[in-house]
Design a protein around this ligand. Structure first.
Ligand code: PLP
Length: 379
């Protein structure tokens, strides 16, 4: 077994889900790693996806996909009650984040922190200026977090006098804060562009009422990004979409590669979008497992403070460094999200995905063993 110090000696990961790196270090198969670092629905993908992919293997591997992605855009548009021209599917939300960043080249970009590092990556691609906007920490009942009201208002702050863009994640990653739709709507009057990444919103029980998509037809300065990765547990297929004004989306479409989404992702995506029972199942699971895991962690792991969150992950804090614990978990083949790549967070923070009960129990058992066996936590 490798020494704990050798595990994750490489630079802290910028994304969750890199089971391959840990598997190489532990000399095991990636499937032997229990991944709490990427926040995907743990019981996916839906059977409807498997069926669609089997069919797609026969019909959609040989031909080029339809470059207009008409059927896929229609399927997505129908969900949101919009015309298909307001929808642009992409190779994961990530591709679309890169395109919206292109529109922000001449804006001053405000990035609430700690936040998803990919916005900065996308802005750097186009040389777009940006500034971090620290989210206010509160002290609640002796613990620090970002406020335990779900949903809470996002305050309007414009620190810059020229044209500016604000990048919102709803619910926020990694804090799990759910922003109230009305407070986001108010921001549309303050910024030249409001980018709202709703990658995790479809997983939040009752969360859709805070989606800002219904306002897109009224505001040309609003772009909403969605991902199918998390809800349907299909990160490997790569599928997301943008909702924005048709002229903006047409501009992006003219610049990008002609077939960014492959035929399997198109047909798998259309199948899961019609699978209405799936979302109900996900909500039931999260309504049950989120509070349960939070309660267990708060009761049995006193060293950890659990930030309240609306999404399928929880941010954890400790007065002590959590790096030894993280390395201990890695030795047990449990991967959690190292938070050092989030601006403003350090090794006192970890993010864990909420998984199924047996897996959550395995994490709790490993945490308890780590706290007992690691001397640094014994005081
Ligand atoms: C907030 C947020 N947006 C977007 C993405 C990327 O989604 P996709 O897999 O669709 O590219 C992630 C991935 O972790 C994320 O956390």
């Amino acid at each position: 077994m490798p020494h704990a110090d050798s595990i994750q000696a490489e630079a802290p990961p910028r994304h969750g889900g890199n089971v391959h790196q840990l598997a190489r270090q532990l000399n095991c198969h990636p499937q032997q790693i229990l991944d709490f670092s990427a926040s995907l629905v743990p019981f996916g993908p839906p059977p409807s996806l498997r069926r669609a992919l089997r069919q797609a293997l026969n019909h959609h591997v040989v031909p080029y996909p339809d470059p207009s992605y008409q059927h896929l855009r229609e399927a997505i548009a129908q969900i949101h009650g919009l015309d298909p021209d307001w929808i642009l599917p992409g190779n994961g939300a990530t591709e679309l984040i890169t395109w919206v960043a292109r529109d922000c080249q001449f804006f001053h970009n405000l990035l609430p922190t700690p936040g998803f590092a990919d916005y900065q990556r996308a802005l750097n691609t186009w040389g777009a200026p940006s500034q971090f906007l620290p989210l206010q920490l509160h002290w609640c009942g002796g613990a620090q977090n970002w406020g335990d009201t779900l949903a809470q208002p996002m305050a309007a702050q414009n620190l810059h006098h020229g044209p500016s863009a604000l990048w919102i994640t709803n619910p926020h990653n990694p804090t799990g804060q759910l922003w109230h739709r009305d407070s986001l709507a108010a921001l549309l009057h303050h910024y030249h562009l409001l980018v709202v990444d709703e990658a995790f919103l479809p997983l939040v029980p009752g969360g859709e009422v805070h989606s800002i998509i219904p306002l897109v037809p009224q505001f040309k300065n609003l772009v909403v990004i969605r991902s199918l990765t998390k809800l349907f547990s299909m990160a490997g297929l790569r599928l997301g979409y943008a909702v924005a004004s048709p002229d903006r989306l047409e501009r992006w479409r003219r610049c990008r590669d002609p077939w960014p989404i492959n035929g399997l992702a198109v047909h798998g995506g259309m199948a899961v979008l019609k699978d209405h029972r799936w979302q109900q199942r996900v909500w039931q699971w999260l309504e049950q497992e989120g509070p349960w895991l939070t309660h267990q962690l708060s009761t049995h792991c006193k060293i950890l403070q659990v930030c309240p969150g609306a999404a399928n992950y929880r941010l954890l804090y400790s007065h002590q460094s959590l790096l030894p614990l993280q390395q201990w978990l890695a030795q047990q083949r449990i991967l959690v999200r190292d938070c050092r790549s989030f601006v403003g967070l350090d090794d006192h923070w970890l993010r864990i995905a909420i998984r199924e009960r047996t897996q959550n129990r395995r994490l709790l058992t490993a945490l308890a063993a780590g706290f007992t066996q690691l001397e640094c936590y014994s005081s």
